[in-house]
Design a protein around this ligand. Structure first.
Ligand SMILES: O=C(O)CCC(=O)C(=O)O
Ligand SMILES: [Fe+2]
Length: 377
């Protein structure tokens, strides 16, 4: 994959990669500027579990408008306990503070689904991998009893998550108590999004029976030698249905508007920043955008962000659920499991699982998500 730093640099354009294609947007100012957003809307989520359908519809209307106009919005008063969010952030801070050698015991190469620790690697310029970022990921793993309410793994399933139980015995529990609340919140949000499309509240549930869930915590460590405010996570659009991002103390997230101006997303403590991704762009027939965003930081900041990526079930094939506004999406069908494996092959060419899959000589059409959690022969 081409390095993002190889993207052309032109003072009149912003270049970015969206769903594997290099794209650019002209910077429009003065009388050339189009009407577009200059801040991220704030929506109160307190009625999300209201027994009153009308209250849920009002919320849906606001969310649908924000997804259409911006692709990003804050949800304040979410149904997730601030204490659990804080405990997850605290546990993560302890993990990132462990000695490098200890963190490397949980390296992503040990997990076929690339869950675990990704070290800082400034030489790696692929989206989200290089620069000043280390990460810890966890996600679907039905060998973990904490996920048995979602699904129980069939016999022979390989564990995918890695937990630093020896060094931080409370880490797993703190991450899972947060995950469990955010999961229920995300499932309910799917229904609110269905209402926002003018569909029955349960119309999208079929796509999310055993959803893809993925928390990949980003840690942008301090860079005392860096005095410039600069990109630490490259411009990109998220793949999934939607992302529920928790920020704490230090901001840095920026979102690209239609005039190619970067709009800052300051921290609102215990709120979520929600953004719609490419799977929702398809399901909504192009109404909801997968908006480009990046992270910038300067010098001595030590930032941790906690995104929860939510996507349809790996066995599902998605398509527009309302008449497509975008011609290119009209006849498009995307199988989530195949997309996932394809993405992993492109993003992680040196990962042992990817090498094994390549050695088997399978065609992309033969990929199934089960290959990740069943031993590859
Ligand atoms: O760190 C952030 O605020 C955003 C992270 C992000 O965009 C991502 O992980 O996809
Ligand atoms: Fe992102």
């Amino acid at each position: 994959m081409a390095s993002l730093e190889d993207l052309p640099s032109d003072p009149n354009y912003v270049y970015f990669k969206s769903v594997d294609r290099v794209q650019c947007r002209p910077i429009l100012t003065g009388e050339n500027a189009k009407p577009t957003f200059e801040s991220i809307p704030t929506i109160d989520a307190s009625q999300i579990f209201s027994a009153d359908l009308e209250a849920r519809k009002i919320l849906a209307e606001e969310i649908g408008q924000a997804a259409k106009d911006v692709g990003f919005f804050y949800l304040v008063n979410p149904p997730v306990s601030p204490d659990k969010m804080d405990a997850a952030f605290d546990a993560l801070a302890k993990f990132f503070a462990l000695p490098h050698d200890v963190k490397m015991k949980y390296h992503v190469n040990n997990s076929p689904a690339a869950k675990g620790f990704t070290p800082v690697n400034p030489a790696d310029k692929r989206k989200g991998f290089g620069g000043a970022r280390e990460a810890f990921g966890m996600g679907n793993d039905y060998t973990n009893p904490e996920q048995h309410a979602i699904k129980v793994a069939p016999a022979g399933t390989v564990p995918l998550n890695q937990w630093p139980d020896d060094e931080l015995p409370e880490f797993r529990q703190n991450v899972y108590s947060y995950f469990t609340e955010v999961y229920l919140f995300a499932k309910k949000l799917v229904q609110i999004f269905a209402l926002a499309l003018g569909l029955e509240e349960t119309a999208l549930d079929q796509f999310f029976e055993v959803p893809f869930t993925d928390i990949t915590i980003n840690h942008y460590p301090p860079q005392p030698d860096e005095t410039e405010y600069k990109q630490v996570l490259y411009p990109h659009a998220d793949y999934g249905a939607f992302t529920l991002l928790a920020q704490r103390k230090i901001g840095g997230l920026e979102v690209l508007n239609a005039n190619a101006i970067w709009v800052k997303v300051p921290v609102i403590e215990h709120a979520f920043v929600v953004n719609t991704g490419s799977y929702f762009e398809l399901i909504s027939g192009g109404r909801w955008r997968s908006t480009i965003h990046r992270v910038c930081a300067k010098g001595n900041t030590d930032r941790t962000s906690l995104p929860f990526f939510f996507s349809p079930s790996p066995t599902t094939t998605i398509y527009p659920m309302v008449p497509a506004e975008d011609e290119g999406l009209k006849d498009l069908h995307r199988n989530i499991g195949k997309e996932h494996i394809r993405g992993m092959m492109a993003d992680r060419p040196t990962h042992p699982f990817v090498k094994k899959l390549k050695a088997l000589g399978l065609r992309p059409d033969d990929y199934t998500y089960e290959m990740v959690s069943q031993p590859l022969v």
